[in-house]
Design a protein around this ligand. Structure first.
Ligand SMILES: C[S@@+](CC[C@H](N)C(=O)[O-])C[C@H]1O[C@@H](n2cnc3c(N)ncnc32)[C@H](O)[C@@H]1O
Length: 234
């Protein structure tokens, strides 16, 4: 799957050599016990994220894949706002998060097929899903270009990619993000604050935007957030 390239691509990976940054990151082990412990204990963040999780979950139906499901933050909203005919799948490479997600699925009473996999190598055949969800994941995946190719591959033609992500800012904030990113990435379990994620998505040849919205949540440097829905071309 190839993609149209935008000037914003050049800004990825803190303006460094995106190719070598990806090669370095590809071997990074995703195993962050302290991050998983902290992540599950920030009720304020969950309150702020709630309307956006509801947006992702609204009228979900069919086979759904939650990429980088973390500790299962989408499970309750999906239970509440999704349809009754759901078949829910999730991938999460961090064992600490995955364990929590399995517990959460049990608590919510929702059958979830949770697998140990990365977004860059989804363990499903092509055209497997009606909807793919990604919430606050493309900041952290080690190779976002491969990951978006994989999302396009596993989505059925006519399916939807729904996302909620923090992205590269503009003006002085953009420069500030580039400056903070090396430290932020170390302390926040590999999260990058300066990725042009929306440009990456909308420039992909497999997708047409249905809905893109900058939303008021988060704070510098992990802002702005954008939520959206993309249609998988037939
Ligand atoms: C900030 S958390 C978001 C979790 C969840 N999606 C949510 O909405 O709360 C980012 C998650 O991405 C996972 N992750 C890291 N690298 C990944 C990769 N290559 N593919 C898929 N998920 C990845 C992390 O382990 C972590 O659970």
């Amino acid at each position: 799957m190839s993609r149209r390239r935008l000037p914003a691509d050049r800004t990825d990976d803190a303006r460094g050599d995106a190719q070598s940054a990806r090669a370095d990151d590809a071997d990074v082990e995703v195993d962050n016990p302290w991050f998983a412990r902290l992540y599950s204990k920030v009720p304020l963040m969950e309150r702020l994220f709630a309307p956006h999780r509801a947006y992702l979950a609204r009228e979900l139906s069919g086979r759904v894949l939650d990429v980088g499901a973390g500790d299962g933050g989408m499970f309750e909203p999906v239970r509440e706002h999704g349809g009754d005919d759901l078949e829910y799948h999730a991938v999460e490479p961090d064992p600490n998060m995955r364990e929590r997600a399995i517990e959460r699925a049990r608590g919510v009473g929702m059958p979830v097929d949770i697998r140990d996999a990365r977004a860059e190598a989804l363990p499903y055949p092509e055209d497997s899903f009606d909807v793919v969800l990604s919430s606050v994941v493309f900041c952290t995946v080690q190779d976002p270009e491969r990951a978006v190719d994989e999302v396009a591959r596993v989505l059925k033609p006519g399916g939807e990619f729904r996302f909620f992500e923090h992205v590269r800012a503009d003006g002085w904030r953009e420069r500030g993000q580039d400056l903070c990113n090396p430290v932020w990435k170390r302390v926040a379990a590999g999260c990058n604050v300066n990725r042009p994620t929306v440009e990456r998505f909308v420039s992909h040849e497999a997708f047409d935007p249905i809905d893109l919205e900058r939303v008021r949540v988060g704070a510098f440097p992990a802002s702005p957030f954008v939520r959206g829905r993309l249609h998988r071309r037939r």
